[in-house]
Design a protein around this ligand. Sequence first.
Ligand code: GLP
Length: 259
Amino acid sequence: MEVVIRPDADDVGRTAAGIVQQSLADGVTTLGLATGSSVLAVYRDLIRRHRHEGLSFSGVDAFLLDEYIGLPTSSPQAFAQVIRRELTAHIDLDSERLHVPSGTALDPAAEARRFEQCLTEAGPVGLQLLGIGVNGHIGFNEPGSSLASRTRLKTLTEGTRRDNARFFGGIEDVPRHVITQGLATIGEADHLVLIATGPHKARAVSAAVEGPVTAACPASILQLHAHVTVVVDELAASQLRQRAYYRCIARHKPVGQRY
Ligand code: GLP
């Protein structure tokens, strides 16, 4: 695992966008996208690179991590809308190539299986962007999620509903159920890039990066993956015991060093 510590959220966004651009230049054609506030700075910088530096997403397939169950497709809070509004409407990604689990399917369990199958056929994802919940969730894999899980239905914790209430009228409007890629599904991507900013993420980042691998902190499964980059700002890094070492690696990393 490589831990990259940047001064602030904008710098985190630029760094992660640079990693995405490099991956596309290296031939990646399948991207994994996330929603939430932390990735917004990444998307802003990807849009800037598209407009001003010729970064192209043509021919790229994009898969979203998760979706609320029961919101109308046109709802501004539906992740299918969020990702269009924040990223894909502003770049040259073919709208037919944006894949999101449907939150309005009559049979959500069947929809989860369909999405997993679609990912398997198009995959592996070359680069997957991830945020992290304050309880250590990735996608919507809440604590207690099977480390071997695949795309499926999940019930949100009250804490996650409260955290996401800021995007809705209030907590009562936040759906209880979601479809999310599983932890094993996410782990099949070639490269995982986890973004975290702000002091409220410090505990989750430290548990994910330096704690035990446990379903109690779903993001800790990243420790078992061969290629993970964690990009955090100073505040989110503040509880990492080894942060001096991570900075030392960044200063002296020999060419070709793997993680
Ligand atoms: C939601 C998303 C996650 C995201 C998390 C953190 O729960 N399903 O993919 O990582 O929020 O969001 P934020 O970056 O807004 O803190």
